[in-house]
Design a protein around this ligand. Structure first.
Ligand code: AMP
Ligand code: MG
Length: 424
């Protein structure tokens, strides 16, 4: 397992390994074998930790809450004072507000006015909410039926001192940075960001700012990749457009692999072009070229160039996004130290469109998930599904995942949808 080159070579001898028809799940499994997460970490301020991956458990240094306190505005009483079958009069001897506790103790026949978050004074064991009390001067009358210990939040109820509040391997969300600060902790250890270098390949590509000549197109893949990588919390290194020229490509591959943990390219892996990129990568590293049994996104290359991981994505803009979401996302999260890597949420809903689908491959059609007037969720397909139509990704909010065996889909059929929120 430690020598990726040897492992990638050994793969081709496995019984079920067919680079010309690689099932989606098999490709994911092979890639996962080569991923060793980053280990270096740094300490950052809790605000700067948002989105970063926790490199060690956060252990609570205190009880949360620190004291027994009231969950209601009302009165702190001794339950033993309350008559089980009638009204009880108690004398109000003071108040306990959030941040301003009552200093004394509650004796027999006494009570203390208490507000939400106020520390429960010594002697009291029960809170009666103010709506259940008649107050007159410094005395109150309480009815029957109150349970001992009601409306109390116990010290250490949320978190006991010494308990793990957050586990290593999570990407911190606002709830987590809030929780960390509630413990009085100002800094946390996070893994260093993953460095990802990427470039587009193709003689037809032009960067924004230049006039298009006949046959040229604007490069969009670098922008979708930049966006998706940024959303995953990676440090990005945009290396621009590289012409289909062996010398320029070799230099770009070498520079990228030297500068980053992961190298991602788009284009140059389809039939014809793949041959010369393949020859180049055979020289520079150990890379496998697969035709994945999926649509869109059939050609995909994966391997190592030196110590860097390499993903060679197809050129078509939709294929880039689909292969990124289906293969690269999980790999980058794992390399970033996320453990376990959460699967994007998916569930079954009725599809209102008729879908064309050939059996024998997994299709990732672009869908729009929405709620109808009766409150139920359903999905419809975005118009044309060509892998060059980036607008279909822009309009979509989910993938409709149609498994290998599935044929055409009639309207009303239940289909699996995977929401895109968060990454694409
Ligand atoms: P390739 O895989 O290089 O043969 O490219 C497949 C298709 O995707 C061709 O139509 C290319 O022009 C297009 N394409 C490749 N790279 C890009 C890019 N960076 N931005 C937009 N379209 C691209
Ligand atoms: Mg090309």
């Amino acid at each position: 397992m430690n020598d990726p080159a040897q492992n990638l070579r050994a793969l081709s001898c496995a019984d079920d390994y067919d680079p010309n028809s690689m099932p989606v799940a098999k490709a994911r499994e092979v890639i996962a074998r080569f991923l060793a997460p980053v280990t270096a970490s740094e300490r950052v301020n809790v605000r700067a930790a948002l989105g970063r991956v926790l490199a060690e458990d956060v252990v609570s240094p205190l009880n949360v809450p620190a004291h027994d306190n009231s969950a209601m505005d009302g009165y702190a009483v001794r339950h033993a004072d309350l008559k089980p079958d009638g009204e009880t009069s108690l004398r109000n001897i003071g108040s306990s507000f959030a941040g301003v506790p009552f200093k004394g103790a509650v004796g027999a026949g006494q009570c203390v006015r208490i507000m939400t978050g106020g520390v429960v004074p010594q002697g009291a064991d029960t809170i009666v909410m103010q709506e259940h009390v008649k107050a007159e001067g410094d005395s109150i009358t309480v009815g029957k039926g109150h349970k001992k210990g009601q409306n109390l939040r116990r010290a250490g109820e949320d978190l006991a001192s010494g308990q793990v509040a957050l586990k290593r391997g999570i990407a911190l969300r606002p709830a987590d940075t809030g929780l960390v600060s509630s413990l009085g902790i100002g800094e946390v250890a996070v893994y260093r960001r993953l460095r990802v270098a990427f470039f587009s390949t193709g003689d037809e590509l032009v960067s924004i700012g230049s006039q298009l000549k006949e046959g040229q197109i604007y490069d969009s893949n670098r922008y979708t990749l930049h966006g998706m990588l940024t959303r995953l919390g990676c440090e990005v290194l945009d290396m621009g457009v590289v012409r289909d020229d062996p010398q320029l490509l070799e230099r770009a591959f070498r520079d990228a692999a030297a500068a980053a943990d992961v190298v991602i390219t788009s284009g140059g892996v389809s039939v014809g072009e793949a041959d010369f990129v393949k020859a180049l990568l055979d020289k520079l590293g150990e890379v496998v070229f697969w035709k994945i049994a999926m649509k869109p996104g059939r050609p995909l290359a994966y391997g190592k160039i030196g110590s860097a991981h390499f993903f060679g994505l197809p050129g078509n803009p939709v294929s880039v996004m689909v292969t990124f979401y289906q293969f690269v996302r999980d790999a980058l999260l794992k390399l970033s130290g996320i453990d376990p890597v959460p699967a994007p949420p998916s569930f079954m809903v009725p599809c209102t469109s008729a879908l064309k689908k050939a059996p024998g491959r997994t299709e990732f059609q672009r869908g729009i998930l929405s709620r109808d007037a009766s409150g139920g969720w359903s999905v419809r397909v975005t118009g044309e599904q060509g892998s060059g139509i980036l607008r279909s990704m822009s309009e979509a909010n989910c993938f409709i995942i149609l498994p290998d065996a599935q044929g055409n889909v009639a309207p009303g059929t239940l289909v699996e949808v995977q929401v895109m929120e968060g990454v694409v």
